[in-house]
Write a protein that binds this ligand. Structure first.
Ligand code: HEM
Length: 345
């Protein structure tokens, strides 16, 4: 980010995370901020656009069962989805071919080559893994790592830019963790950045990317006295519950301090049940065997970005008075994330 007003931070955030995903997934830089890649028809621009189209069209085709099933080619959303998906798959296959050629070239018994340097390399080194599964995983990474984290981070910057006192606390934490101005953050930054983690948790409580968790019940279940037969598709309403006063004091207030660990050890204000339900209601990365596979990477990326931004800048909200949400599979801000960045003295 540069000093001054940024008209829509979401665009910059999306590029930054595209770059990080390519590093983690392929150990390759996309140079998403280079002049060539900023072009609307470049690989990174098309990837980001395709991911958004896919998210949007999945929602539309899901809601339009009859058209989708009987005459898929007549559905505009379905046609757009196919084209966008083909592009993401093309990028995935290109990266897989490149990495396979690289693995063939290197001597994996040499100490410097023993550890894989990317997620893709780890998959390709696994024995008996179907290449179609690997392609599916890489496509999922490119799709899952785009709108989710961009939207989460956009809301986070919005919340922070409206709360200078929270920014100052993140700034203080960055000074504690990294006392010299130009030094690198330590490898255990995620454990050390306790307050910044609370900021992330609080922002994801108020502005989660998903309504809740969707599952098809494998067995009959009784919930609150209602019998729900097996094979029913249910969606838990965590987002709604996170905004109810019976679970969170002043639920719409942005208060990272509510996630302080010590509150959960001893508290006279809340019953044990209240505290446990608070913790279990806010599960932005989901829970269980299908939990977000990139939870730790995403949290680390967001911690680093927040620490670096608050270290350098003061942020001030200069956008629309109210930021709502639109739902295109994941929730997104319904207005540009317009923020003024001023260098800290
Ligand atoms: C703040 C950022 C993110 C949030 C809030 C988030 C949230 C979620 C949620 C709620 C799910 C659904 C899990 C379920 O159905 O139980 C999910 C799944 C998934 N996420 Fe994330 N995600 C984030 C970032 C990322 C990133 C950066 C990547 C990839 C680089 C990613 C890749 C995936 C994949 C591949 C799945 C599917 C896992 C499966 O079905 O087994 N996510 N994520």
């Amino acid at each position: 980010m540069r000093p001054g007003i940024i008209e829509d931070c979401s665009q910059e955030i999306a590029r930054r995370f595209m770059e990080l995903t390519s590093l983690v997934a392929f150990d390759e830089r996309f140079y998403a901020f280079s002049d060539a890649e900023l072009h609307p028809e470049s690989r990174s621009s098309r990837l980001m656009r395709s991911a958004s189209i896919i998210n949007c069209c999945i929602m539309q085709t899901n809601q339009n069962h009859i058209l989708w099933r009987l005459f898929p080619q007549l559905s505009r959303a379905w046609r757009k989805l196919v084209v966008a998906h083909a592009f993401v798959e093309e990028v995935a296959l290109e990266q897989i071919a490149k990495k396979m050629a690289y693995i063939k070239e290197i001597d994996v018994t040499k100490p410097e080559n023993r550890a894989p340097t990317s997620i893709l390399e780890s998959y390709l080194r696994l024995k008996d893994t179907d290449i179609r599964d690997i392609t599916g995983m890489i496509v999922d990474l490119l799709l899952g790592g785009s709108d989710t984290i961009t939207s989460s981070m956009s809301y986070m910057l919005h919340n922070l830019s409206r709360h200078p006192e929270v920014q100052d606390k993140v700034y203080d934490e960055s000074l504690r963790i990294q006392p010299d101005h130009d030094g690198k953050l330590p490898h255990d930054v995620a454990q050390k950045a306790t307050y910044t983690s609370q900021v992330i948790r609080e922002s994801l409580r108020i502005n989660p990317v998903a309504i809740g968790i969707g599952r098809v019940l494998p067995v009959d279940v009784v919930m609150s006295g209602y019998h729900i037969p097996k094979f029913t598709h249910i969606v838990s309403q965590n987002q709604v519950a996170c905004q109810l006063p019976q679970y969170f004091d002043e639920p719409l207030a942005f208060r990272p301090e509510r996630w302080e660990k010590r509150r959960y050890i001893r508290s006279e204000e809340h019953t044990h049940e209240q505290l446990v339900s608070e913790k279990c209601l806010s599960i932005p990365f989901s829970h269980g065997s299908r939990v977000c596979i990139a939870k730790k990477v995403a949290e680390l990326d967001m911690i680093v970005l927040l620490l670096k931004l608050c270290r350098r800048y003061k942020m001030e909200w200069v956008g629309a008075p109210k930021v709502g949400m639109r739902t295109v599979l994941v929730h997104q801000p319904d207005t540009p994330i317009r923020i003024k960045f001023t260098e800290r003295k």
